[in-house]
Design a protein around this ligand. Structure first.
Ligand SMILES: *Cc1c(COP(=O)(O)O)cnc(C)c1O
Length: 432
């Protein structure tokens, strides 16, 4: 499997090169040159998630990573459960939640980060080189990446997050002391953080350092995210189902589209957005530029300029995108109301991101009358957002022991002005 750039002006590269570069030299994003078929026999029959993962990845990456390496990395990285939970209650027949938050940092970002860390470390060890990963995070990416990469000795990590714009628990998770991980609190928005990372990659003054990204701009994060889509269908046994994806940078949705193009029978995707509604408006035919991000309760989806948009458009060109994806924008008060209603009707406590998905699912069924089995991806554990859960449900979520343990070793992040120059100076000084 080879990879090409969405900007169309970079050479075709191997998975190793796409993984280690992150962004293509022409500024585009890597997409598969063509998508391999994954036969139903490769995923329908397996009842172990890591084994199924290795089966699916073999047609994608088998030329560069042996089946036994794919299997051992999958077994180590995907060592937590991925339950499919049926909701019950009015209007929710055949509605399921796929819980993607049972990894160490309690969000779906653990899947991509843990797999990618091990793939990258494998290639760096083979080359006998060291790599620095730059990550802009709106909340969950940073802690997942820091956790996934901690202890991989060929790699260091620099995290940038928007100061004061992540939840207190998220901030604590970001600043847990970890070997080889630096955390910077940027005095700006998430989009500023992304801009600084992009500028560092283009900066001639930093060209002697081996830099890479672990954002959803990296194809290595997206490939592992295909796996749980297959798992949901394997668990449910459906011939066809609708999948609803709480979305921000559109990486998760892009991974789902790659899974579908690889053979997974997805009837339709629902892109569930909060007030950051660029993508729903685009699908409704409005042409409009990327905007600034707006702060909401579902802050990991506060993205005004979704970085995977061009990837999605290259995978689903022209009309195909609006035919296969239905989208909705859910306001903060509707998010709270959805959390409360779902809890009252089914007893299920959803986090605010998942709630945006659940509300989108309800609207989709109402608008289309399509009652096909519907899976909502649950992207985070409610304990990561105790204030919002308490506001919606009048009771605090239960704190899982692994989160409690993690939060014991936090420290203060270093503050950084939101300029490319300040970031360059810091990198030159710290990464010698
Ligand atoms: C990152 C994140 C999202 C958005 O995922 P994208 O791939 O950026 O669209 C949704 N929910 C949670 C909890 C997240 O951490």
């Amino acid at each position: 499997m080879q990879f090409i750039s969405t900007a169309g002006e970079s050479p075709v590269v191997s998975f190793e090169a796409a993984l280690l570069q992150g962004l293509a030299p022409d500024g585009g994003l890597y997409v598969p040159e063509d998508i391999p078929d994954v036969a139903a026999a490769q995923w329908r029959s397996s009842d172990s998630f890591p084994e199924m993962a290795a089966e699916i990845l073999t047609p994608w990456l088998g030329r560069e990573l042996s089946p036994s390496l794919l299997a051992s990395i999958s077994a180590r990285a995907l060592d937590f459960p991925v339950p499919l939970v049926a909701l019950d209650g009015p209007g929710r027949k055949d509605v399921y939640v796929l819980e993607l938050f049972h990894g160490p940092t309690l969000s779906f970002k653990d899947f991509g980060a843990r797999m990618m860390a091990r793939w990258m470390n494998h290639f760096m060890q083979k080359r006998d080189e060291r790599l620095t990963i730059l990550v802009a995070t709106s909340g969950d990416t940073g802690s997942a990446v820091a956790d996934g990469f901690a202890g991989q000795d060929a790699i260091s990590v620099v995290l940038l997050y928007p100061e004061g714009q992540v939840s207190p628990v998220q901030e604590q998770q970001l600043t847990v002391r970890r070997p080889g991980v630096h955390t910077l609190a940027v005095e700006g928005s998430f989009d500023d953080c992304q801009r600084l990372v992009k500028a560092a990659f283009r900066d001639e003054a930093l060209s002697d350092r081996l830099l890479s990204s672990a954002n959803s701009i990296n194809i290595g994060r997206l490939l592992p995210q295909m796996l749980y889509y297959f798992w949901a269908f394997q668990q449910g046994g459906w011939d066809e189902a609708v999948v609803c994806v709480p979305s921000g940078n559109l990486g998760n949705l892009t991974a789902g589209v790659m899974a579908a193009q690889s053979g997974l029978p997805v009837r339709r995707f629902l892109a569930a957005h909060n007030a950051n509604d660029f993508f729903p408006r685009f699908l409704a035919g409005e042409t409009r530029a990327f905007g600034d991000s707006i702060r909401t309760y579902s802050n990991a989806m506060d993205v005004g300029a979704p970085s995977n948009f061009e990837r999605l458009r290259s995978l689903l060109p022209g009309e195909a995108l609006s035919e296969q994806v239905w989208a909705s924008s859910i306001a903060d008060d509707e998010t709270l109301a959805s959390m409360r209603r779902v809890f009252d009707e089914t007893g299920y406590a959803a986090d605010p991101h998942t709630a945006v998905g659940l509300e989108t699912a309800t609207r989709y069924r109402r608008a289309t009358g399509d009652n096909a089995p519907l899976i909502v991806l649950s992207t985070a554990h409610p304990a990561k957002f105790p204030e919002t859960v308490k506001k919606a449900l009048s009771q605090a979520p239960e704190m899982p022991a692994r989160l409690d343990a993690q939060l014991q070793s936090t420290e203060h992040a270093r503050r950084l002005p939101p300029t490319a120059e300040a970031f360059r100076d810091w990198l030159m000084q710290e990464l010698t």
